[in-house]
Design a protein around this ligand. Structure first.
Ligand code: PBG
Length: 325
């Protein structure tokens, strides 16, 4: 009688052989850590709904970057909290805005850390939506594209390594690609939040980024959770428009979507292990109800097994610390 090797019972007692036949390996390669940068000075503000995560003002960001470097974390994705918010999100595309200055600081201090920037207006608009909102309450898709392109270009000019549009407006990848190309940044890659669901798992992030919509919700531009064919259509459009990496977000409740995207397009694929996925584990661990490290490792490996080449995760530092031990 023959058995597939990984079902042989004696493998259970031999860790060395078990590791030889293990199909997926976790490493820091492809791990991206989100950072929240806030206006002002001398701020390192803990986010109550995300234990271990802080907002940093620019003058305190350096310490955090040093720590990430020491932990060998290869990449960060930046979110900004500006002092001034208005209907046009004008702080999003200022040359000396909070993100533009953060990019310069990080690139100056640790040029080897890959700096990705989230491109969206929701942290910069007073109403908290990801685009321009008309009097009738509709989001003006095309007027928003102009502003997103200005925002992405300002990040490029400040020296970021990649832009990541997360707004879900139609046509934004093509629009941003053209604007980058026309302005001398044809080599700057775009990581597209392609299949971004309208998810309740973003709750803690909206505290962290101060970006909860002041009215309504994001159902008209983010995807309906029951849909997967629509996700494939969104990914196809983004690839056609010039995306270099496509993303599925959130991660754990959408592992089937990650797998389907990877199988259908065989494209570099990222997954965003979002704030709610992080906070649930932290909260249960604080109660002593779950083994935090084991649950973290199992979550991150499942995202990779589903097909993600890259994972954006608030667990990046915890994972790195565990790997150093
Ligand atoms: C939008 C954006 C959001 C997240 C990343 N980019 C929030 C939203 O769409 O409401 C959520 C990330 C998370 O929950 O960790 N700029």
């Amino acid at each position: 009688m023959s058995f597939p090797i990984n079902r042989m019972r004696r493998l259970r007692v031999n860790e060395s052989i078990r590791s030889m036949v293990r199909e997926t390996e976790l490493s820091l390669k492809g791990i991206i850590y989100p950072l929240f940068v806030v206006y002002g000075s001398d701020k390192k503000v803990p986010i109550p709904s995300m234990p271990g995560i802080h907002q940093f003002s620019l003058d305190r960001l350096g310490e955090e970057i040093e720590e990430l470097k020491g932990l060998n974390i290869p990449a960060v994705i930046l979110f900004g909290i500006p002092e001034h918010k208005d209907a046009q999100g004008s702080s999003a595309y200022q040359a000396d805005g909070v993100i533009q200055n953060s990019i310069k600081l990080i690139k100056d201090k640790c040029p080897d850390i890959t700096v990705i920037t989230d491109v969206c207006l929701c942290e910069y608009t007073d109403h908290g939506h990801c685009g321009i909102v008309e009097k009738d309450g509709y989001v003006n898709n095309d007027a928003t594209l102009e502003l997103l392109a200005r925002e992405a270009l300002s990040h490029a000019q400040a020296g970021c390594d990649m832009v990541a549009p997360s707004d879900m407006m139609d046509g934004r990848i093509g629009f941003i690609r053209k604007s980058l190309d026309d302005n001398g940044f044809s080599n700057l890659p775009i990581m597209a939040y392609s299949a971004k669901y309208c998810s309740s798992f973003y709750g803690p992030f909206r505290d962290a980024a101060d970006s909860a919509p002041q009215f309504g919700d994001r159902k008209t531009y983010q995807m309906d959770p029951p849909n997967i064919n629509e996700a494939l259509r969104e990914v196809a459009l983004d690839i056609q428009e010039g995306a270099d990496i496509v993303m599925v977000k959130p991660a754990l409740p959408y592992l089937d979507v990650i797998r389907a995207v990877k199988e259908k397009f065989a494209y570099p694929t990222a997954a965003y292990n979002v704030s709610g996925e992080y906070s649930m584990i932290k909260a249960a661990a604080l109660q002593g109800w779950l083994d935090e490290n084991r649950v973290m490792l199992e979550s991150l490996i499942s995202i990779k097994r589903a097909g993600a080449d890259m994972t954006i995760t608030y667990f990046a530092k915890d994972l790195a610390r565990l790997m150093q031990d």
